[in-house]
Design a protein around this ligand. Structure first.
Ligand SMILES: Nc1ncnc2c1ncn2[C@@H]1O[C@H](COP(=O)(O)OP(=O)(O)OP(=O)(O)O)[C@@H](O)[C@H]1O
Ligand SMILES: [Mg+2]
Length: 345
């Protein structure tokens, strides 16, 4: 556990109060899931909080990364391995695992639950119920049923600038970017830590104004490489991060993602119904898909009733829409809707 904690939480910027809040919630509730979009820093934060708690007298403490679980039924096995509990069978089931943990104090960090969100939610809730001194800190892009949720959003703009500057220095940049350009880069990337680390890496060999132009082009933005070596595919580019989410979406959610990418600012569900519904995505299906995208942390809530998509999510949607050959049509529909709204008193 210590190794993952050291590598993933090193140099965390601007999350002190989030870490303190998460730690106290975990002590109180025993099962807490950090939920937010890909690359926002869920694993990094969970690793930091796990690291802080590691020196307490746990009977066992461990980390399970569930990202590789591509078949159902293996969650208890992964948790048992993380806690170094060897059952008599090769694949322990939930009751055997709960018996093995019993009343002993244990700490589990369960990372990347989204791929098996339903199974994870059920397993972790039953385990925490059966084991009164077990504490579980999970991370997921999708909330887990029966777990307390700790929502994680991008840090504030000043922290974003700090993160960008520190990533640039780490990648070998000899000068800090101009503060105004740095703020504009952060805003263009919605302050998303993964995107800022990628952008920081670019600043080692590119001017900040070049970079600003580059990230304004959806096709370039998605494929800029992260400067950190040895990261999982999901964290090497923004495309990798969004590919992970697209695989977790239903066909209706993917279609709405592509179409709703035409909104450049905040939009409501009614806006989406007006612009994005048709016979392929009837209103009832659209409403389900809309809630699904919000649940997958792909729509960020704004002022009451409104949502927006991050620039990278929109860029990915735009490419899906182009592949579908629907780009011109839905851009026209969005523009018409926008004009009608502007003309309606
Ligand atoms: N506050 C921060 N300060 C510095 N670096 C950060 C911060 N938050 C995240 N990072 C870095 O950004 C990258 C993405 O973070 P992380 O892996 O925690 O995202 P995630 O939300 O867990 O993404 P996913 O949903 O794909 O698992 C990592 O390289 C991480 O070290
Ligand atoms: Mg993660």
């Amino acid at each position: 556990m210590r190794q993952l904690l050291d590598t993933r939480s090193a140099g965390l910027i601007g999350r002190e109060s989030a870490a303190a809040e998460l730690e106290s919630l975990l002590r109180e509730k025993r099962l807490v899931t950090v939920v937010g979009p890909g690359g926002v820093g869920k694993t990094a934060l969970a690793a930091q909080v796990g690291g802080r708690l590691l020196d307490e007298p746990w009977a066992a403490a461990g980390t399970a990364d569930l990202a590789p679980l591509d078949v159902p039924g293996l969650v208890p096995h992964s948790l048992a391995r993380a806690l170094r509990i060897d059952g008599s069978t090769a694949l322990p089931q939930l009751p055997a695992l709960a018996d093995a943990i019993g009343r002993r104090p244990m700490l589990l960090v369960v990372d990347t639950c989204d791929r098996r969100a339903e199974e994870c939610g059920e397993t972790l809730a039953q385990l925490v119920e059966a084991c009164p001194a077990l504490h579980v800190l999970a991370t997921s892009r999708i909330p887990l049923a029966a777990s307390d949720t700790f929502p994680l959003a991008s840090p504030a703009p000043d922290t974003g600038v700090q993160l960008l500057t520190s990533a640039a220095r780490e990648a070998g940049a000899t000068e800090d970017p101009d503060p105004d350009l740095a703020r504009r880069i952060c805003a263009a990337l919605d302050g998303l830590p993964l995107a800022l680390r990628i952008a920081g890496g670019q600043l080692a060999h590119r001017d900040a104004d070049d970079l600003l132009t580059l990230i304004g082009r959806p096709d370039q933005l998605l494929d800029l490489p992260a400067p950190m070596p040895g990261l999982p595919y999901r964290l090497r580019t923004l495309r990798g991060s969004l590919c992970w989410s697209v695989r977790l979406c239903s066909p209706g959610e993917r279609l709405l993602w592509a179409r709703a990418g035409v909104f450049t600012g905040p939009f409501t569900r009614d806006d989406a119904l007006t612009v994005c519904a048709d016979e392929r995505l009837p209103p009832d299906d659209l409403v389900l898909a809309f809630d699904g995208l919000a649940n997958h942390s792909l729509l960020t809530p704004g002022p009451p009733g409104t949502f927006r998509m991050s620039a990278a999510t929109r860029a990915y949607g735009k490419q899906m829409l182009e592949l579908l050959g629907e780009d011109a049509e839905f851009r026209r529909r969005a523009l018409t809707h926008c004009l009608q709204n502007a003309l309606t008193p």
